[in-house]
Design a protein around this ligand. Structure first.
Ligand code: MN
Length: 298
């Protein structure tokens, strides 16, 4: 485990704080992840986001038995998986399934409860290769925690690409909007989610609505926010938007995940794969899962 590094810088944003992964572990046997939160205790600073794992880049040798994480439940939130390298297959108790590769996104709404598996895609696993992905958990407001589960496969082609001024790079809008480009993801609360590629020596303005919590994860390269904080791979910058434009500068070609959203101002009670409002609801979730009420994989 690495120590948490944090520093502060005050300018247009209230305060930018920088975090490194707080823990690392293997999810199932197929996702070697570095966790950015909750291991860094950012529930309040990054609401509505409740978990971020950065998987890889990890090389997995060829195997006939795909690695990954087998049947397990979720309730009370959404899991968003973005693949940068490799192929990930998903299958759930609501009858949804899909395979996503580089540039694709799975947006799974667990809500009232779902059971699913997340594995390396079979043929890809047979060849072996490098996997790089993130999984972000988006909390649901109390009013939607017990809604029916849902699933959105958002493939690369559906995601609008905004070219940044001056050949600075590109920004893919997964959720929310930038200029006239609207992201395809349907969300329960206001969320902006962008996949940014910024070229070395270039900068870009980032404008997020006032009051949103903002997180920037550096997947590769080096960048800085408002001239402060040299951010390297797996660093997470966190701030509350004041609505003013913030400048991101790339010192090296950088791949940056931008997540921002309106906080859900409700109590968070969490245990493993469940994120609810109260401890009693967590106990209910465990009981419901054990009673088979979240379904099974067929
Ligand atoms: Mn899962």
């Amino acid at each position: 485990m690495r120590d948490t590094m944090s520093a502060t810088y005050v300018k247009k944003t209230d305060q930018v704080k920088v975090y490194q992964p707080g823990s690392q572990h293997v999810v199932g046997d197929g996702f070697h992840v570095r966790n950015l939160f909750p291991s860094n205790d950012l529930d309040r600073e990054l609401s509505p986001f409740v978990m971020l794992d950065y998987a890889g880049p990890t090389f997995y040798p060829a195997t006939d038995t795909p690695r990954g994480v087998g049947e397990h439940p979720h309730r009370g939130f959404e899991t968003v998986t973005i693949v940068y390298q490799g192929l990930v297959a998903h299958r759930d108790s609501a009858g949804n399934s899909g395979v996503i590769g580089p540039g694709d996104v799975q947006w799974m709404t667990a809500a009232s409860g779902i059971v699913h598996e997340e594995l390396h895609e079979k043929e890809w696993a047979k060849r072996g290769g490098t996997l790089q992905a993130i999984q972000l958990w988006v909390n649901l407001p109390k009013s939607s925690k017990m809604s029916p589960p849902g699933y959105q496969t958002i493939v690369n082609d559906q995601i609008p690409v905004v070219q940044l001024d001056g050949g600075a790079g590109s920004l893919r809008v997964i959720a929310g909007s930038v200029g006239g480009a609207k992201g395809p993801a349907k969300t329960f609360t206001p969320i902006e989610l962008y996949d940014v590629r910024l070229r070395a020596g270039h900068s870009m303005p980032l404008q997020i609505p006032n009051g949103y919590n903002v997180g920037l994860l550096i997947l590769s390269g080096q960048a800085s926010v408002e001239g402060a904080h040299r951010l390297s791979e797996a660093d997470l910058a966190v701030f509350a938007s004041t609505g003013e434009s913030v400048t991101i500068i790339a010192e090296e070609d950088a791949t940056i995940l931008v997540m921002a959203g309106e906080a859900i101002d409700e109590p968070v009670a969490r245990y493993g794969p469940f994120v609810m409002n109260t401890k009693a609801e967590l106990i209910q979730a465990m009981n419901d899962y054990q009673a088979g009420k979240m379904g099974h994989l067929s």
